[in-house]
Structures are given as C-alpha cells and as structure tokens.
Design a protein around this ligand. Sequence first.
Ligand code: 7RM
Length: 656
Amino acid sequence: MTDSTIESILQEKRTFPPSADFAAAAHIKSLADYQALYDRAAADPAGFWAELAQQELDWFEPWTQTLDWQPPFVKWFVGGKLNISHNCLDRHLATARKNKAALIWEGEPGDSRVLTYAQLHREVCKCANALKGLGIGKGDVVGIYMPMIPEAAIAMLACARIGAPHSVVFGGFSAEALRDRLNDAQCKAVITADGGFRKGMAVALKPQVDKALANDAAPSVEHVLVVKRTGDAIAMVEGRDHWWHDLQPKASAHCPAEPMDSEDLLFILYTSGSTGKPKGVVHSTGGYNLYTHMTLKWAFDLQETDIYWCTADVGWITGHSYIVYGPLSNGATTVMYEGAPSAANPGCFWDVIEKYGVTIFYTAPTAVRAFIKMGDEHPNARDLTSLRLLGTVGEPINPEAWMWYHRVIGAERCPIVDTWWQTETGGFMLTPLPGAIATKPGSATKPFPGIIAEIVDLDGNPVPDNTGGYLVIKHPWPSAIRTVFGDDDRYRSTYWEHIPPKDGQYFYFAGDGARRDEDGYFWVMGRVDDVVNVSGHRLGTMEIESALVSHPAVAEAAVVGKPDDLKGEDIVAFVILEGEAVPSDALATELKRHVVSEIGAIARPGEIRFSEALPKTRSGKIMRRLLRNLAAGQEIAGDTSTLEDRSVLDKLRGGA
Ligand code: 7RM
C-alpha cells in the first residue's frame, strides 16, 4: 500500500449502515442476529457447523465425528460421505432449478453460452465418463490449464464427480511453472485448450503444455485432453493427446457421483509463500463444500433470483470457491467472463452487468482502480440498476476506490462487502454480513460466524485496539487448508510455528498485518512476509529471484514490492550481474522477458535496478526492508545496525 493509502485508511471514520429495505429481506437481518449467530458458533463451533452441514448439504452417509482437531491437523465430518458435484448439480435437478441457468458464459470476441443445471449436469457426466475412459479414477490427480470457458468448470466438476483431485494452474502461467506444478502433484492427465482469448488476442495454451511435457519432463502425465477454442493449429501427440470434441459426444451422460469421504482430497491449488517453490494447498471435500456454500449465501445474501458474477479467473481460489463450487452448491446462476478490463474496452464489465442483469458483482480493488482511471462516463452510460450488492477481494481497498465503487457503480444503494480470505482459508474469513453489519471503507469488518480471529504479537498476546499486529485464527474452520501437498513439515512451519502454541492454544498465522478498532472492526494492512501482491495476485519474492538467477547474466537478485497506485504493488528487482555482463536497458528488458517466460506475465518486474551489492545482515540475509525503502524512493527507515557493510547503501543510492 502507498503511504497515502495507509494514511487515509487510518483516518477513515465513515460508516455505512445497511438500508432498512436491504436488511428486511436479507438472510441475516440485524446486528443482533449476527451477534447471536457469532456467539452460538463461538460457544460450540462443532455443533454450529454440524447443524448447517445437516441443513444445507446432501450426505450419502452421515458423519460419526464432527471435528477431529489434532493440532495442527484438522478433520471435519469424519466418516461422512458426500460428493460436491452431486451437491452442485444432481440435487438441484429434482427442483424448480432444473431448467434454471447454472452458468452464463460471456466469451471474449462476443461468444456467449448458457447452461441450465440439467445441461451442465449432462456435460459434467460426459466429461467424467471421458476421463474414466482414459483410465482416470478416484485418487488420480488431474491438471487443468484452461482459459475462462465453460469447459474449465465442467472439467473441475467432472474430476470431483469421479473423485479425481484437480490441480488448476492459471492459464497465464508459463510452461515451466506448469511443469513444476504437474510434477509436484504427480498429475496423471492434463485438461487444456488449444488456446484462449485475452484482451482480444488468441493466447496459446496447448503449445505450453507440449513444452512442459517435452523430453519426458513431467513423466506422470499420460493423457492430455484438449478443448478446441481458438481453432489455431496445434500439434497432437498420437496416443497421448485427445480432442474433447471427439471424446465428449461419445461418452455416456450417465455417471453416478462417487461417494467421497468428507476428508478425501478435493483439490490442490498452488500458492506463493515467502520461501521456496509454490506450495500445493490441500482442500478436502466436506468442510470445503459447506464453508464455501455458507459464506456465499450469508455474506453475499444470495437469493434464488440473483444473477451473480465474480470476475476472478478459475485458476485462483476465488474462482474455485466463488465462481464454481459456492454458487452452484447454492443453486445460483453464476456468470463466467473470458475478458479482462482494458483501456481498449473501457466499458466491458458494465456491458456484462447490463446484458445479463447482474445483481451481485464481485471484483478486485485493482480492477476498480483501473476503471476509475478510464472515467465515469463508461459506467454512467450503462444501465446498472440491476445491481444490489458489490463485493471486493484480493488486497486492501483504499477508501477512495471504495467510495467510487459505492457511488458510481452502486449508486449509493448497494452494500460493499469487503472479503478478507486466502487460498489457504478456502472461503471468506472477515466479511460484513450486509443486512447486519455497517461497513467502513477499507475494512473487511468482522469475522464470519465460527471464525475466531485475533490480532496478536509474536508471543500470541492480543494487542490493544488500534495497534498493529499479526492476524491469526484461533479455532479450526471447515474449509481450512489440510496440509501442504506432500509436505506436512512445511505446513506446520509455514502456518503454525511463527507464533508458537501457548497453553494448548494454536494460532493459524495468516501472514497479514492488521489492527482492530474500538468497534471490533478489522483493518488488514497487507503481507508481513516476503510476498508481493501485484493486482491482487500473490507472488513470492523468492520465486521471482530464482527466475532471475536462472538467467546466465545474473549472479544475484533481490525482489521487493513498491507501492503502485494502480496495481497496489509493483515488482522491483535489484540485480547483481555476473562478471562479464554489463548493465543496459536491453538487458533489463531481456531479464523482464526471462521472468515472464519462467513464471508468467503476472510476475513481470516493473523495474530492474542493477547494483554492485545487496544490503545483507552478518548472517547473510538480504535486508529487504531497506530495499523496499529504496524502491519506494523513501529514506532508509529503522535500524541498520545489523547491516554487514554500510557502504552498500550508498552504492545502491548512487547506482539507482
Ligand atoms: C482470496 C485471495 C491472499 C492474500 C491475503 C491478503 C490479501 C485478500 C483481502 C486482502 C486485504 C482483503 N487469496 N487479501 N483479500 N487484503 N483485504 N479483502 O486473494 O491467497 O491469493 O491471497 O491477499 O494479503 O493474505 S490469495
């Protein structure tokens, strides 16, 4: 965040209570109702969730134990059997939802498609059978590397249906990043497309898969299933590669959902941390189904007639939980959009809202800021009166952007639901319940019922109101990360050891700094670890450094975030070159391109700064805090006594 953002958040005093009309029709209608739910859940979390799981989901077999908490490992609804694809599809078919739109898709060059629940169920069953035909079954991990097309959701639900955990890799990741993820999860198959459309241009995907699999570099992968989307010519490897349009029509539309254990692995999703390679976050079936269902229903006050649109990509957790599973489990109509905001199409979001009469709209602060820049005339020229609720996620929203969203998009009528959560939490943790909790611009307000959140110091002691500290969660919740795939030690050390357990109390460490005000509202300030948040995308500085160092001209690199008005943060890389290499603009451009090819365009550094040395502690740790000051053009703040060689700072200042 920029200093001015922090300043304005600290001074923010405005509150926006729910309107009487909104509250009267909402699922949770008053602060007293929220408080009662919160207190009930806090007094007996297991009982609270058990009641909801019974009411809201279909179970093939009941569970025998609601919560099994053996810190830091948690299980929910032990022994229960269910299938999330059944809960998202089959159970709606016996109701009036059968012919309701489940998925509305708006493709980039003007394509569109609507699938009713009955149609989506049919497509999912066929895809599930096609996968079975390739020998994919329960427990086999399937990689999904797709553009934003209905087949991405169909593929996810088909995997879930047969008990094959999916591992979705964002379509913007490079072949290298894809290969690492396929290998880590030991994927047996990959579902992809020839390509997709991004800002009006075709972007190739299958050639990236070919590159990832070349020279047997991902030997676990036996099959590649390819959707034809762009129609661009691609190579097909005999025996390995199969066209979706060949297999799908031949497959039977009858495929019973596999009864899954509540704790069976539903999916793996890779996310960045402060050290090492990305972590495979593991989510299991029952708790995840329940929690994404309940949070969407209550925090977005989902009603039967809503047209709900989340602008995320299915490659991120937001797409998993709140484009696919949460909305479909609730029997809602979910909109999926292949496009992205761009100056060339400054009205694109507002066109989609007008075209489909979107009632609930969920996007990221970075998108809001981009649209502010493009001008009010674009939203003002569209009919946005269908909207009744606006959501935001991904990074702290600055009060200026909040107010614009409220005024220009929400016409001062729509509650703004700022949801704080993470890949690891599976669903919203801090969020207003819009009929109950007054909002404050820049605050994700209060914990969802059942979530015990606290701001503590490194010893686990709560800090006073309005004092910065670490955001922790003190009781397990149903959709909590179960482990890091294949690495229980890393799970333990990343989330449970930063703040050591005390008197039997464990602290889930979120990695965010935050404070709580005198009204009990949480204000999340941003990451306290070496993670940068660029346009709401989470990237480990270490991953980018490794990519840079893999270039022959680079000896050493240190990456930090720098405040950016539009993206929240931008990436600045301090680079020390190998002996022969000479700094130049051309080399800087080449290094940026190299990072893009190693990780993907989301990781492209905004700035490369060549330097002769990096500020290090005597134990050899790069002092990123100092680099952050330099990158932001600020004076070096705080203690520099641990610095090994103080002359480095002068060199860096001079060399910048
Ligand atoms: C859903 C998602 C998680 C990190 C998290 C925060 C930041 C997300 C908010 C937010 C302030 C918010 N998953 N973050 N939402 N910060 N207010 N409403 O983004 O795993 O990709 O990122 O994003 O730092 O730790 S994520």
